[in-house]
Ligand binder design. Sequence first.
Ligand SMILES: [Zn+2]
Length: 114
Amino acid sequence: MKKTKVPCWELPELTDAVDPVIAYPESSMGYDLITCTSCGQIYAAEVSAQMYVEPLEKRLANLGCIKCEAALIDTCAAYPETYVDRYGRVRTHSRSLTIPDDKDAVLREFPSIY
Ligand SMILES: [Zn+2]
């Protein structure tokens, strides 16, 4: 699985998440972040590829998690709305409606679904 760099914003309020970040899919270059609820591995899913290459569900049907080998179609959920905390528990988070400043973005590298 290739890796891709995604502009992310850190979520300091998510103190129990292993990697408390968020991405926004506004532009055509945007990414959704998804997580394996079995192990917490985070993946990037390019929004334009979901529309023009293959729908996400179809793509996930043939993929296993690179960390725990679970079938991603069964274990994947939107991140950070769903995340795995550092104790392995599946938790939920409501993302703020306020979109942070571009200048606060940090580039993070994730395995890419596409
Ligand atoms: Zn996994």
